[in-house]
Design a protein around this ligand. Sequence first.
Ligand code: JEE
Length: 222
Amino acid sequence: MKLDFISIFPEFFEPLKLSLIGKARDKSIIEIGVHDLRDQAINVHRQVDDTPYGGGAGMVMMPEVWGKAIDKVITQESELIILTPAGQLFNQRMAEELSNSAHLIFACGRYEGIDDRVRQYYLNEGFKVREVSIGDYVLNGGEVAAIVIAEAVSRLIPGVLGNPESIVDESHSEDGYIEYPAFTKPAEWRGIKVPEVLLSGNHAEIAKWRKSAGESRANHNQ
Ligand code: JEE
């Protein structure tokens, strides 16, 4: 899988050199391209934003600059993901869909976002285009959201995660995942004991306990 990130802040994507994603890149399981939007600016001021038609506060990112940047990386197998506060909410199901794609392009805007004709143009040209949000809160730009999506998607790619069993476990439950509390040594810490059943070696009883503990945790976190 290829992941391309377009942004005026390419340094935001340095963390993708670390940990499991970094190792997956070394193994060529995933390929990552980071592109400075400003390299595609069309005037001597290297301008990427302009005042909004219709007035109002803030600036809007210029379509010509985005068009040049996207044209450089897009192919017929690409999915263009435009991060925006009002996009479709990202969840585990979307992560699974996106993990089947060969090429994701993340358009990471700033200011008040990207001129909407960029979305319209690539949609009209027959490309897969999605506007995506990672949650109901307002960020300053799309970069952090793109990293969140890239991490959730890339761990579903075979070979990225060390232990594939941890993914199998996640797909067992109704709403995408089960979440039971985890414990390690020591068996007692600051007066709190690990549940006895987990020390028993009885795998059927352990599975039963984890299911019920996971459900009660899902409830008290609502
Ligand atoms: C991309 C620019 C900042 C702030 C206007 C009008 C919006 C844009 N879950 C998520 N939250 N925020 C983003 C996100 C934010 C972005 C960009 C993604 C590009 N910004 C920005 C304010 C506004 N506001 C009133 O309603 C709220 C527009 C995001 C994701 N993914």
